[in-house]
Every structure is written in structure tokens, then in C-alpha cells.
Design a protein around this ligand. Structure first.
Ligand SMILES: [Zn+2]
Length: 331
């Protein structure tokens, strides 16, 4: 099967399954999905803001008339880049895992808006968020719109005559990650359980759950994997993705046993096997999570994680382009 093009917009996967992709897949640029059968529709995730979600829904409706009414929305997890557009399909039944619900209800939209406005007062963490989000996403008008139905472990659903299965595999990326599996179409919408061409941030862990989730997908008869971020892939990419977690687990363990701090360990780990993957600064989050998995009782706070990620990214850019920093200093 030929590779899928990675371009912005709706991609027809055949059989009434569609992926909506947002290159380049870095911070906030998430993918979504649409499943349609016999006049019924199910949307997999919304986007980071109302403008983006509205544009996505317009595009879907232009290609799939039944999408004029979205009957069911599934949120694969709680992160805002998959849920902040929920209010635009407010008439739909919204399904998520119970743990996703629990995590989502603590999201303070107003605080997110203020953080983005007042970034200059928030040090390295504020700068990091500003660099990732400002100008790309607009949180004005967002009203947190919660799932209306939750489940644990598994849920069987039908869209028209098409059977699909929601399978809980978290905690891993977040506390309540689920997969949307369409067995008859050999297709899975993974949410952020798969990142392609990008480093995944393991906010929750344990990483061992994430490795198990990769094994589970690989045990299925699937040909099309729609990740939460990045290009559509097949199982071969998932093998590399799983190898990333195995590599990181081994490398972090050595440094944990040697008594290195999270940040020292993260800086020390060689990421050249994953050259070309976006957002290498997420190594900071992942080592922090692995240290917790290993039994560390203290770790970096969310603010500290962002601060370290910002510094890590800046330093790597300066290493790659050593003169860029100097130009700035003398201007
Ligand atoms: Zn995401």
C-alpha cells in the first residue's frame, strides 16, 4: 500500500473512514478522524481552538454530507488540542474514558488564556508556551465541554452498520488514553498513543503501559494507523515508535541508577537514533516520567518541565546553528 500524503485537511481512507491532518504535528497541531456509515457519523477528537475546529467541520461537511450532524464525538484523551473544540458539536453524545473525564474536569480554560497573555511574567515556562502557541491558537470563546458518557476498559459502538471498539490503554500519554479501532476497515485512530515523526510526551506514564499499547495495536489486523500527531503510518512505523520507548527506558535507567538528576540524564541521552523527529525537548518529560516509574518520589513540576524543555530546545538549536545566537546578542 502506498504511503499517505501528509498535507493539511481531510484524507479519505476508504470505506467511510477519514483522517483530518494538521502538519507539522508539533505542539498543538493534532489530527482528528471521521467515521461515517449509513447516514450516521462519529468524530474522533476536536482541535485546539474554535477557528480550527470550525474549519475542520466545514471541510468534513463539504465531503461527507452526513457530517452536518455529528451524532457521536469520541475524545481519545483529555488534552486541550483534542477537546477544546468540543462545544461546536455540543448536540452530539461525547464519549471518553472515565479517567479522561476526571482529568478533563480539572482543566481551567481561563487560566490557560491568562498564561498565554501573561507569558512574559512566567519565566522560561511562559516563554516556552508563547513560542509553541502564540499566533497559532486562540483560546477566546472556549467553553469546556465535557464528555456525556464514559466507560472503563472497552466499549463497543456502532456507526450505522459499522462496528467499532474503544479500548482504554492508559495511563500512558495521559491518565485516560483510548484507541478507536475499526476492525472491518483495518484502521485505528490512536489519539496521542501514536506520534509519527515526533517525540511523544509521556505526561502520565508508566511508559511500560505505552509499550503494551504498541504491542496491542501490532497484534491487531490493521493497515492504517491514524496518529494523534504526524503522518498516517503503518505497523512498521509503530515498531520504531515502540523501540524509542525501550531505548529511553534502558538509557534513563542507567542514569537513574548512577544518581543523575532528571535534567542531567535528559541532556546526557543520545537522541541521534531519532534524528529528524520533531520536538526532542520532550525527552525532559519522558525522563521525568521514567524516573517516577523507577520509584523516584520527587520530580519536576509542570512549570519546571516547560522551563527545562525551553532551555533544552534553545541549546540544541544553538548547537545546530552556532552563529544564530551571536547575531542576536549583538543586535
Ligand atoms: Zn495531542
Amino acid at each position: 500500500m502506498a504511503g499517505w500524503t501528509y498535507s493539511k485537511g481531510l484524507h479519505d481512507l476508504g470505506n467511510g473512514c477519514f483522517a483530518y491532518l494538521q502538519p507539522d504535528g508539533s505542539w498543538g497541531w493534532s489530527n482528528a478522524g471521521l467515521i461515517s456509515d449509513s447516514g450516521q457519523t462519529l468524530l474522533v477528537d476536536t482541535l485546539y481552538d474554535l477557528k480550527l475546529t470550525r474549519a475542520m467541520l466545514d471541510t468534513m461537511r463539504a465531503s461527507v454530507p452526513a457530517a452536518a450532524t455529528i451524532g457521536t464525538l469520541v475524545n481519545t484523551h483529555s488534552n486541550a488540542d483534542h477537546t477544546f473544540g468540543n462545544q461546536l458539536v455540543a448536540g452530539a453524545q461525547i464519549i471518553a474514558s472515565q479517567k479522561c473525564y476526571d482529568e478533563m474536569k480539572d482543566i481551567d480554560v481561563e487560566a490557560r488564556r491568562q498564561e498565554l497573555k501573561n507569558w512574559q511574567a512566567l519565566g522560561d515556562a511562559g516563554l516556552f508556551q508563547h513560542e509553541n502557541l502564540a499566533g497559532n491558537f486562540d483560546f477566546e470563546g472556549i467553553v469546556l465541554t465535557m464528555p456525556t458518557q464514559t466507560f472503563e476498559r472497552e466499549l463497543d459502538l456502532k456507526v450505522g452498520d459499522k462496528a467499532l471498539k474503544l479500548v482504554e490503554v492508559g495511563p500512558a500519554h495521559t491518565r485516560g488514553d483510548i484507541l478507536v479501532h475499526v476492525p472491518q476497515d483495518k484502521t485505528v485512530f490512536t489519539g496521542d498513543i501514536v506520534f509519527s515523526n515526533g517525540h511523544p510526551p509521556a505526561w502520565a506514564g508508566p511508559i511500560s503501559n505505552w509499550i503494551k499499547a504498541c504491542d496491542l495495536i501490532m497484534s491487531w489486523d490493521v493497515e492504517t494507523i491514524v496518529p494523534g500527531h504526524g503522518p498516517i503510518v503503518q505497523k512498521s512505523a509503530l515498531r520504531d515508535f515502540k523501540a524509542y520507548f525501550e531505548y529511553l527506558t534502558r538509557e534513563a535507567r542507567k542514569r537513574y541508577d548512577a544518581g543523575l538528576s532528571v535534567s542531567d540524564a535528559a541532556y546526557d541521552i543520545d537522541l541521534s537514533p531519532f534524528d529528524g523527529w520533531l520536538d526532542p525537548e520532550r525527552i525532559i518529560v519522558n525522563v521525568n516520567t521514567l524516573y517516577k516509574d523507577f520509584g523516584a518520589t520527587s520530580g519536576l513540576s509542570p512549570v519546571e518541565l516547560r522551563g527545562w524543555m525551553g532551555r533544552y530546545r534553545r541549546e540544541r538549536r544553538e548547537q545546530a546553528h552556532p552563529h544564530a545566537g551571536h547575531d542576536h546578542d549583538h543586535s
